[in-house]
Design a protein around this ligand. Structure first.
Ligand SMILES: [Zn+2]
Length: 226
């Protein structure tokens, strides 16, 4: 489910005056150039997994939160086609995205560990799910007459984005893919992935290489000590 799936009027008299066309043009002008490392397996299909993986940890305590500032959160949304390019986010908006991420991560962890889901995380996802109308609403104006379009005035962008992300989280958690969810096994990485095969433990080649190098080093050191 993506943001811009409106049922536009069949033939607007003046496309330049069509707010739906304007938004589509804005999105086309902001083609995704994602920040951060390559997506973990599954995050290409689940925006919620991509969201959960937006707080990155690298060796040497180098953490990068892709939602850490209003500007980086704006970029994250725009490059995932969850917001038009001209969106301006405030601190509170980035904070809401981070709060939803915390809830989604808690639910993914519970699913992986076969544990009871924290009630507040379930509630946070459900609140986000219902924070924006998902139905295409009826609009009626002098230019187009009656038509249906998703309701997403610019000040509702964040509500809509978190509703889309929460719906995707609910989809992921209830899909067969959820049985293949796993956290990356390479400390300190905290990304989740959907395993592409049973033995897959790393979110990326880089994480796998790091663990293999550490194991090889441990073997060499043991060999020296003996
Ligand atoms: Zn990793």
């Amino acid at each position: 489910m993506r943001l811009m799936k409106e049922t536009a009027p069949a033939a607007p008299a003046d496309p330049a005056a069509d707010p739906v066309a304007d938004l589509a043009a804005d999105l086309a002008a902001a083609r995704p150039v994602r920040s951060g490392p390559p997506l973990a397996p599954g995050a290409d299909r689940y925006l919620a997994l991509d969201l959960a993986n937006s707080d990155l940890a690298f060796p040497g305590s180098r953490d990068v939160d892709l939602l850490g500032t209003p500007e980086s959160a704006r970029e994250w949304l725009v490059t995932r086609e969850l917001a038009p390019a001209e969106t301006v986010l405030y601190d509170v908006c980035a904070g809401r995205l981070r709060a939803l991420r915390d809830a989604v991560r808690a639910l993914l962890s519970a699913r992986v560990e076969d544990a009871v889901a924290p009630a507040d995380a379930v509630r946070a996802v459900n609140d986000a799910l219902t924070s924006a109308p998902s139905a295409a609403l009826l609009h009626w104006d002098d230019v187009h007459g009656p038509y249906r379009a998703q309701a997403h005035p610019i000040d509702q962008i964040v509500n809509h984005a978190i509703a889309v992300l929460a719906a995707d989280a609910a989809d992921l958690l209830t899909a067969p893919d959820a049985a293949r969810l796993t956290p990356c096994g390479a400390t300190p990485c905290r990304r989740f992935l959907v395993r592409t095969h049973a033995s897959r433990q790393w979110c990326s080649t880089r994480c796998g290489d790091r663990v293999r190098a550490a194991r090889a080093y441990a073997r060499r050191t043991r060999g020296t000590a003996d």
